[in-house]
Write a protein that binds this ligand. Sequence first.
Ligand code: NAD
Ligand code: 6OD
Length: 488
Amino acid sequence: MTDRWIRNAVAGRLVDPDERRSFPAIDPTDGRVFARVHEADADLVDRAVSAARAALDGPWSRWSAAARADLLRRVADRIEQRAEEFVAAEVADTGKPVAEARRLDVARAVANFRAFADIASRADQPSFLTELPDGGQALNYAVRSPLGVVAVIVPWNLPLLLLTWKVAPALGCGNAVVVKPSEETPSTATLLAEVLTECGLPAGAYNVVHGFGPGSAGDFLVRHPGIDGVTFTGSSATGTAIMRSVASRVRPVSFELGGKNAALVFDDADLDLTIAGLTRSVFANTGQVCLCTERVYVQRSVFDDVASRLVAAAQGLRLGRPEAATTTTGPLISAGHRDKVLSYYQAAAEAGATVLTGGGVPTLGAGLDGGWWIEPTLWSGLTNADRPVRDEIFGPAAVLIPFDTEDEAVTLANDTEYGLAAAVWTTNLARGHRVAQRMRVGVSWVNTWFLRDLRSPFGGRGLSGIGREGGEFSVDFYTELTNVCVQI
Ligand code: NAD
Ligand code: 6OD
């Protein structure tokens, strides 16, 4: 049994753990318990919300936007200085390759703090000079104030990236936050508490409560009367449950939810670029990115070529220890999640899919067989009516389906209740623009995938979410506007 604890953070201090309330932190590469996590009870969640309220009512409320921006820049610098600690914590929780944690997760955390230092401190406010019927004038101007105590609930797939994507703008706009990281990936939220305190954030402006959803810290937090809004990233089912919990008190929500994203490959696509892009978009982070492609629609004349090249790329992926330079692909996050993904492998087989590659659980040896490994998988022979083509799988698996015309491709891609992301692969730029605009999604890429400018709107339609964050859209969510009207 390990004696290492992952702690809650309340009012600027790490809370002493309670031996009676803990759950294990498990390394997904081998199933080993490496720490115990202190599960926050309702009382601790209440203390966290009170600490956040006290910070809002205290000196934090008098910090200028410029001072808050300086703080965010110091935090970015400090994460860079302590980068290897963040990498190690993220890898321990997720099992992802070390190089990937460095290149994507930690680098984006730094970028999130730097970007929102600029964005939040430069946010403008609308003003209007109103002409009155009697010839007089009125000046209308709006002032922004923080939304208040914000509940931040995040998932396990990109824990630090998605946490800082919300915490940086929330703090930049002067809010106080209570963060509930995923029970699967608690480490980096607590490490961030240390860094924020080192950088001078007032006590209580950032609090962490660990635990689960229903009947645990997540539920206690979203039902707490002291919160002023909820920003949530996670599954569409949980988003629906949280919306119900928050509805009774009429609080704003921002929801970034699941996806069932399509790629559309036209016969004029640059196939080298396309195969490299599809390989990333289907298999990055073992398929555990909300933006991952799970449906690949391919124009019939290039279908066989695309299929065989994508299969070769999938077979070139290397599953293995996170620290090995050759490793491209980690395990899934948990036993439960692997069971879910495998149930779709089974459903595809029952629906008569042709398994082009993968389809099962690999044997890796070297002490890894206790982990949650799974084979990267591609299918053909399914249609949009089949469950593996309709439901979000959230694993390293995609189906290839042929199409003949542009209109047919658009119809097939839009035939889903989700609406998060799409990627169009073509060398005909007119077609690229045309098709990208016809996608019913929040993010539509042409000849690329997961290329981000943090000033642009990010979010989803339908089952994929409510609202947009990024740039001024984050500022809009994390602030309230008061319009002042002065008759002149
Ligand atoms: P999840 O919905 O199971 O959990 C997300 C978080 O919500 C966790 O911290 C969990 O403890 C908490 N939670 C669960 N039930 C709750 C409740 N009733 N009240 C309050 N909190 C509750 O999601 P997950 O399995 O951690 O993550 C995978 C999902 O997240 C996928 O569906 C993926 O598409 C989605 N996701 C979306 C985006 C996006 O930007 N759109 C990004 C990443 C992940
Ligand atoms: O890049 C981002 O800002 C973002 N929110 C990515 C979400 C990835 C989903 O797993």
